[in-house]
Design a protein. Structure first.
Length: 338
């Protein structure tokens, strides 16, 4: 090596490669958390054996404390985007939630992202209801998810300011509505087995069935069926507002697929559960399939880019939703890090 070459190499700065510092500790996250503008605040935080955190967050809009499950990004020294994963119609009850039914802990273990799953909201469509419901109570989920929870999460977990949101079934509708309610908040949407339209007869029938299943009154949500609020909350009607957002939509057809077997995801040889998945899950997925094709045509007419995975088989069940999350994550990750 010549003297000139050696001097040239010496002039090049060398950046040491450090190992990830590990996820933020409970104590540090609790100290860093700041309340939202309306006074919503973190009440407490505990760590579970699997590494996930249980946060107790007070919502000022609903005047109640809510459970929020968080999977921390692996490197606390770097800012992390946030992926909000919404549960379906049960709100996560009866173990029907992302943490309990899928592999999100292992799947996101090495991705620099904070994964947040709010619990509760059964039958609510995660929207702000017009009236308090005698059974379901005060529902102000749009306010909680778009204005109250994000500043708490971002401050506690060193958020980068980039958010995405994905959901199943009931929440596959809600993710679009939340994006409309808070323009620019979500860079990407993942909608798995949902009926996005809310103001046509099929969409209204779907919403009525879900809300009534949990003994709520749909009129308390957006008024009677002819109320303008139904169209105002219809993402298909206002699809133009979604331009620029990365969109992923998936659904099966209700025809039994590879996971609809006794050894399929979550079945564990339970014949009764399989029958329910084939019958109820088949009917529900046939409906969401119709909705997805209609949304596909609507976005095509508007020339709005979106990724659709319209599978030829598959029921309304967690095994397919886990696959949907895996397939959509590269697109969502790219949107979060661009």
């Amino acid at each position: 090596m010549t003297l000139i070459s050696a001097l040239s190499l010496a002039a090049v700065p060398v950046t040491a490669r450090s190992e990830p510092s590990g996820p933020i500790t409970v104590a540090a996250a609790t100290t860093a958390a700041r309340p939202a503008a309306d006074g919503s605040t973190l009440i407490g935080m505990v760590e579970n054996p699997d590494g996930m955190l249980d946060l107790r967050v007070h919502s000022a809009a609903m005047d109640t404390d809510l459970l929020v499950k968080v999977l921390r990004a692996p490197d606390s020294s770097l800012p992390a985007p946030t992926l909000y994963l919404l549960n379906g119609a049960s709100g996560g009850a009866d173990a029907s939630s992302w943490p309990e039914q899928t592999d999100i802990v292992d799947f996101f273990r090495h991705d620099q992202v904070t994964v947040v799953t709010p619990m509760g909201g059964n039958g609510s469509y995660f929207t702000d209801w017009r009236n308090d419901d005698p059974v379901l109570g005060r529902q102000r989920w749009t306010t909680f998810l778009t204005a109250e929870l994000p500043p708490i999460i971002d401050s506690a977990f060193n958020g980068s300011g980039a958010d995405a949101i994905a959901g199943i079934s009931m929440a596959a509708t809600s993710v679009f509505q939340l994006a409309l309610a808070a323009p620019g908040r979500y860079r990407a949407i993942g909608s798995y087995s949902g009926c996005v339209q809310t103001s046509d007869p099929l969409g209204q029938a779907m919403i009525d069935a879900v809300v009534l299943r949990w003994r709520g009154n749909p009129i308390n949500m957006w008024g009677p069926p002819n109320d303008p609020a139904w169209a105002a909350n219809d993402p298909a009607v206002h699809a133009e507002m979604l331009r620029g957002t990365a969109i992923y939509v998936s659904t099966g057809t209700g025809i039994p697929g590879s996971l609809d077997t006794l050894d399929g995801h979550g079945i564990r040889g339970n014949g009764g559960k399989l029958v329910g998945q084939l019958v109820n899950g088949g009917v529900l997925e046939a409906i969401t399939n119709q909705c997805a094709h209609a949304l596909h045509e609507r976005l095509r007419q508007l020339d709005i880019p979106a990724t659709f995975d319209l599978r030829p088989t598959g029921t309304h069940s967690w095994g397919y939703w886990q696959e949907d999350l895996h397939k959509s994550w590269p697109m969502i990750r790219d949107a979060l890090t661009r």
